[in-house]
Design a protein around this ligand. Structure first.
Ligand code: ADP
Length: 265
């Protein structure tokens, strides 16, 4: 905390006033530091794929394009890197949109179990790994007022992560429990887990437990940061519980509106 004092003095020399301005510089400095860190992160995240692409393109221009065995691989690398940069820029645009004041959710009332099941079905149909899906959803219907596109994106991200970190033969469990005014949703895997000291950090922008591994898997490090903003915009909370070598569970809550009989709660 910094205080600026201005003394109001009359020509006679008598002090007849004192103005004190208190600045919470710690808060201001924190915001400024975060902003600088964010810009540095973005620059770094964009420079990495660009330098990779430059060296592959140089090799192609130097004659590798004539080599039928090498050229397709090199082109493939530049394509993968381009796609990841597009994902990164799209994620950044989404975050900046959410930061702006006129950000609006496009809400509609949907039955949560139906909505959740449909997303799980889509992943179950297309998954290539030997991972078993187990669902623990309530029998009754619960209505939530949500932006379905945004919520789909949140759940897609959590399930993609669960699949990415799942071992062959592992399970992914999907659960919904009903609490007083919220639905508590859980997505749990048997993956490598997250070290205890990092569990809360995974929702920070660009934070990854293993940067190289996340990059190799095409991650941007922004998925859970976006998920957090979206869940909070819906009046919910999101958090993780994890044990290294055992697995990770991501939880989030959503306020629910109507009960099975369609009556307001
Ligand atoms: P990324 O693009 O790296 O997946 P996310 O924001 O989705 O970015 O996740 C941030 C980090 O959190 C990941 O890089 C990973 O280290 C960790 N993480 C997220 N989900 C899981 C999970 N199910 N199991 C283990 N680690 C996870």
């Amino acid at each position: 905390l910094r205080a600026n004092f201005s003394v109001i003095q009359k020509e006679t020399g008598f002090v007849n006033g004192l103005i004190t301005v208190l600045h919470d510089i710690t808060e201001q400095e924190k915001i400024e530091m975060e902003r600088r860190e964010f810009v540095a992160n973005v620059s770094h995240e964009l420079r990495t794929p660009l330098t990779t692409m430059r060296s592959y393109l140089e090799a192609l221009a130097d004659g590798a394009w004539r080599d039928e065995a090498i050229a397709p691989t090199f082109l493939n690398v530049t394509q993968t890197e381009t796609e990841r940069m597009i994902r990164l820029v799209n994620d950044l645009l989404q975050l900046s949109k959410m930061d702006s004041r006129d950000y609006k959710l496009n809400k509609e009332i949907v039955e949560f179990n139906t909505f959740f099941n449909r997303i799980i079905d889509r992943f179950e149909m297309s998954k290539s790994q030997h991972v078993e899906f187990k669902r623990y959803l309530p029998e009754s219907s619960y209505f939530v007022e949500i932006d379905t596109d945004k919520l789909t994106q949140v759940i897609d991200n959590i399930i993609s992560n669960a699949l990415k970190y799942s071992p062959d033969g592992g399970n992914i469990r999907f659960g919904v429990t009903v609490q007083e005014s919220v639905l508590k949703v859980m997505i749990s895997d048997d993956g490598m887990g997250i070290p205890k000291e990092n569990v809360t950090k995974i929702f920070d922008r660009f934070y990854r437990v293993d940067r190289a591994r996340s990059r190799a898997m095409g991650g941007t490090g922004l998925g859970l940061a976006i998920a957090k903003e979206m869940i909070e915009a819906h009046g919910g909370k999101i958090w993780a519980e994890s044990e290294e070598g055992v697995g990770t569970t991501i939880f989030f809550t959503l306020p629910y509106e109507l009960d099975e009989a369609g009556e307001w709660d």
